[in-house]
Design a protein around this ligand. Structure first.
Ligand code: NAI
Length: 242
């Protein structure tokens, strides 16, 4: 059991983030979830985390708003004393062909999926440097590895997260902080519920979609089960990108 560790999972109220929060809680980690809007879903996730006998809290803030992030991180440190594990998971899609993509579609995705990781990791990495330990996991995507038509904004943000992961891994290794990325393929969540899944499954070597728990297992592995892996991108995609 990982007694007394504290994790912050952004976008932790539902989907992949919720599964990560529960997986870490099951391993004995106290978990703070961040979320954007749905108080009811966040409250339920907090209750489900607490059922594992660990401490939980929810923080509603926009990860793309630097001031809101700084305030929330201060509150978390006051309440929990530290942050050992950071999962930069919050994300959105605003798909469309590049020719027709609006400035808002572009900026919303870059701000929420990429600049957010900078805003959150900046104060949290300073804490981890003082602690001389930490694990950071960035939720990338196979779109950031192979590029998806209709997702120039999202593929750019996710590829950016992969570069961020590798650069930070090199900078922070001497402080005993590991930084890795997970690149999910097609996972069944609210984000993918409107996609034509039958056609997609055909292209996946394992012939099935992933579950949030599949991604959470990779996150937990990188956060807790190893202390010798850093700077890596672990795909959880049923073999789609090999
Ligand atoms: P989801 O839509 O089910 O959940 C997204 C979460 O992010 C929610 O908790 C929401 O409140 C939060 N969020 C969104 N904007 C936010 C903001 N501005 N501030 C704070 N929180 C915010 O999505 P899902 O599928 O669970 O995705 C989680 C992550 O995994 C995302 O980064 C997504 O890009 C990534 N991913 C998902 C894949 C999939 O197939 N579902 C595939 C590859 C990557």
């Amino acid at each position: 059991m990982q007694e007394n560790k504290v994790a912050l999972v952004t976008g932790g109220s539902r989907g992949i983030g919720r599964a990560c929060a529960l997986k870490l809680a099951e391993a004995g980690v106290n978990v703070v979830i961040n979320y954007a809007g749905n108080d009811e879903a966040a409250e339920k996730t907090v209750k489900d985390i607490e059922a594992f006998g660990v401490k939980a809290a929810k923080k509603k803030f926009n990860v793309a708003d630097k001031e809101a992030v700084d305030t929330a991180i201060k509150e978390i440190v006051e309440e929990f004393g530290k942050i050992d594990i950071l999962v930069n998971n919050a994300g959105i899609t605003r798909d469309g062909l590049f020719m027709r993509m609006s400035d808002t579609q572009w900026l919303d995705v870059i701000n929420t999926n990429l600049n957010s990781a900078y805003f959150v990791t900046n104060p949290v990495s300073k804490l981890m440097i003082k602690q001389r330990s930490g694990a950071i996991i960035n939720m990338a995507s196979i779109s950031g590895i192979y590029g998806n038509a209709g997702q120039a904004n999202y593929s750019t943000a996710k590829a950016g997260l992969i570069g961020f992961t590798k650069a930070l891994a090199k900078e922070l290794a001497s402080r005993n902080i590991r930084v890795n990325a997970v690149a999910p393929g097609f996972i069944q969540t609210d984000m993918t519920k409107d996609l034509p899944m039958d056609a997609i499954v055909e292209r996946i070597p394992l012939k099935k979609l992933g579950n949030p728990e599949d991604v959470a297992a990779a996150v937990k592995f990188l956060a807790l089960d190893t202390d010798y892996i850093t700077g890596q991108v672990l795909s959880v995609d049923g073999g789609l990108v090999i």
